[in-house]
Design a protein around this ligand. Structure first.
Ligand SMILES: [Zn+2]
Length: 256
């Protein structure tokens, strides 16, 4: 039973860091248990692992294209104050991902789905949006809080579970955080990233309507085979296309 006070103290410590931070880009508050630095450190490990275990494309033109489009979006979105790294991976899966700390990966399979730079900008804008919106931190915090709540509930039942809880809490800074940064985003996060992503596109002078075409292409690419990973963890294509069309229709017209 002596583990219970340790678990409880640990829990209080972790929860003491909890904050509801207002995110201006999203226009809503977020529940955050983890700061950017801690998350970026875990993400750095995950990124190093990805670079070590995946094949980086040696297609220089593809790497340069992603760099160019991403840099233009980053500049337009006012995100040039932090460092970003963009890498094209040799992988037929039509997918892209972002990790906290400014790491963006785009698969060659995704590059074969996009028809133009505007659509590539839609992909990268979406990933940038996840980052700006701190979705990974929010996802991690929600998961950690749930695990913590479950652990505390169990620890009241016996000392052995209490020890387990203590271990779980100490793992939050390491493996837990790594899992946190790699968890798929929720439906709400996906739709938020879609909207913020097209804002970035528009600011950079890309055509937001191409985002809708991109998702239609993804939808087409997914019929007949396994759905692309990006879609399987994402809201239904029909939902996101409809939401995106509605949002773009409401956007102020921009001189081009
Ligand atoms: Zn996403």
């Amino acid at each position: 039973m002596r583990f219970i006070p340790i678990a409880a103290a640990g829990a209080a410590g972790v929860l003491g860091l909890a904050a509801c931070a207002y995110n201006e880009d999203l226009g809503r508050s977020q529940f955050l248990l983890v700061n950017d630095a801690a998350l970026a450190q875990s993400a750095q490990q995950a990124w190093a692992q990805t670079l070590a275990t995946s094949k980086v494309s040696n297609d220089r033109a593809a790497q340069a294209r992603v760099q160019r489009v991403a840099a233009r979006l980053v500049e337009a979105a006012g995100l040039g104050d932090r460092s970003w790294e963009y890498v094209v991976f040799e992988d037929p899966q039509a997918n892209a991902f972002v990790l906290p700390g400014g790491k963006i990966g785009v698969n060659t399979g995704m590059l074969s789905v996009v028809e133009n730079d505007d659509q590539l900008a839609a992909v990268i804008g979406h990933e940038l949006a996840h980052s700006v919106a701190n979705h990974a931190g929010e996802r991690y915090s929600q998961t950690a809080a749930t695990q913590l709540a479950l652990g505390i509930g169990q620890s009241a039942l016996g000392g052995r579970v209490g020890a387990e809880t203590a271990k779980q809490i100490s793992a939050f800074g390491g493996v837990g955080a790594q899992l946190g940064v790699l968890l798929p985003f929720s439906r709400r996060h996906e739709l938020e990233a879609d909207r913020l992503g097209v804002d970035f596109m528009a600011r950079a002078g890309y055509r937001p309507a191409e985002a809708v075409k991109l998702w239609r292409n993804m939808q087409a690419a997914s019929t007949g085979g396994r759905p692309p990973q990006l879609l399987s963890t994402h809201p239904s294509e029909a939902t996101r296309i409809a939401e995106l069309e509605r949002y773009i229709a409401g956007m102020p017209a921009r001189p081009r």
